[in-house]
Design a protein around this ligand. Structure first.
Ligand SMILES: *Cc1c(COP(=O)(O)O)cnc(C)c1O
Length: 430
């Protein structure tokens, strides 16, 4: 070792077993844009994570529907290391196999079309916005209609597209060209169309909006309306996609067994979250007639579809398909929903409703419980905190809904373990 290196002071030791020390780093150095829970996590394995003090939690949130195969999946870790040793990044100036293979995989699940690789959900949606504007440009059409209570990301166009006032507050002026209409209301959508409208964007199941699935009639009605008025039908599959509902995309599940549902396809679908199983990658798919609208020079992103990100996403696809995890999501999701519904029946004063499909579930809490009065935080946050104390991680959605978005390989036993803990906390509030 050279003399100068030897004289460099060693870095401070990693902090173990000290939540306060970790929080202190955040308080000093991290932009405080998140309301964080009092929990510092250190490692994970499958559907369990451990905090810095070594306490174990059953993870029913999987990083907000991201860790599709749980934490530290050995095959995903190996794919990551092997690709990292071969080629991490080359830029989109060149071709490489993993991006082509990942696009092929997505296209196989959506019957034709093409894929653009991005880095996040918001960025995938931005691509769809640009696609829509390009589509309508010659006719002067640019407006995109989205739903109340939707969520489409935190970029400037993302918050303009999002149908929630709290997310826009303080960031005026909004990017022009977005308007919001009530969700699952076809007549409202039709009435809102203007000569400038070029596209409609909805989530198959609203995630941040409290777990609200689109009805089959709404999906089919929007398809017919968009065909009639030459609009693009865009779907945000960032949270509800990637096999979470038991099918690749939520609309495929929501339209199962519905007359006319088989032939349904939107014109664009955004993806991210579970796509990389924890590795940051996003993408959007675009249906065949519009697949070449974004020609050379029209859209780009430096990190989009790196060999590393695509190799990991391909491995996630491979494991999900080989282990039939879509079927598992369906079965375990059904079990969880049945048990939550039973709890809601037992404690209707605490749990008002249970909603969702597959492993995208939410339960709505009563607003007027005496138990909430001791804390100014909304009921959803209070319940999530109580669940932390009991050893389970879940995700709040708005002020009154708690979400379960577990890994697709959650076992039935782990689901039962989670239900037992949730039941205990609900009981203590009744
Ligand atoms: C999380 C989410 C996004 C934003 O994704 P990011 O990766 O955080 O940019 C967009 N749409 C939906 C439905 C989401 O759940």
């Amino acid at each position: 070792m050279s003399e100068s290196l030897r004289c460099t002071p060693p870095p401070p030791p990693l902090v173990h077993n000290q939540f306060e020390a970790v929080r202190e780093l955040f308080d000093r150095y991290v932009v405080p844009s998140y309301g964080r829970f009092e929990l510092a996590l250190a490692r994970g394995a499958g559907s369990y994570v451990w905090d810095v003090a070594g306490r174990r939690y059953l993870d029913l949130g999987s990083g907000i529907a991201v860790c599709a195969l749980g934490h530290a999946h050995p095959e995903v870790s190996r794919a990551l290391v092997e690709q990292a040793e071969r080629l991490v990044h080359v830029s989109n100036l060149y071709y490489h196999e993993p991006q082509g293979r990942l696009a092929e995989k997505v296209v196989q699940h959506l019957r034709g079309g093409k894929v653009f690789c991005a880095n996040s959900g918001a960025e995938a949606n931005e691509g769809l916005f640009k696609l829509a504007r390009k589509f309508g440009h010659e006719e002067g059409r640019f407006e995109i209609l989205t739903a109340h209570n939707s969520f489409h990301g935190r970029t400037l166009a993302g918050i303009a597209a999002t149908g929630q006032e709290k997310i826009k507050k303080g960031f005026a002026p909004m990017v022009a060209g977005f308007r919001h209409v009530p969700f699952n209301d076809l007549a409202a959508m039709r009435a809102a169309l203007s000569p400038a409208t070029v596209a409609v964007l909805i989530e198959g199941i609203q995630g941040e909006g409290g777990i609200a699935p689109a009805t089959p009639e709404y999906l089919l009605g929007l398809r017919a309306l968009c065909d009639e008025r030459r609009l693009l039908l865009l779907m945000d599959g960032v949270q509800c996609g990637h096999f979470r509902t038991g099918r690749f995309q939520s609309f495929q599940r929501l339209l199962e067994g519905v007359t006319g549902g088989d032939g349904f396809l939107p014109d664009g679908v955004s993806m991210a979250k579970s796509l990389g199983g924890g590795f940051p990658i996003g993408a959007f798919w675009v249906r065949a007639p519009y697949a070449d609208l974004l020609g050379p020079g029209t859209h780009a992103t430096t990190f989009g579809g790196t060999p590393l990100g695509c190799a990991v996403a391909l491995k996630v696809f491979e494991v999900i398909e080989r282990e039939r995890l879509a079927d598992r999501a369906r079965a375990v999701g059904e079990f969880l929903k049945t048990e939550l519904t039973r709890l809601s029946g037992q404690y209707p004063g605490v749990v008002r409703a249970v909603r969702g499909v597959g492993l995208m579930l939410g339960f709505e809490l009563a607003a007027d419980l005496p138990g909430w009065a001791s804390d100014p935080k909304p009921p959803s946050l209070q319940l999530v905190q109580r669940l932390h104390a009991a050893g389970v991680l879940t995700v709040p959605s708005g002020t009154h809904v708690v979400r379960l978005l577990p890994a697709l390989n959650l076992t039935r036993e782990q689901a039962a373990e989670g239900i037992e803990i949730i039941a205990g906390v609900i009981r203590s509030l009744a």
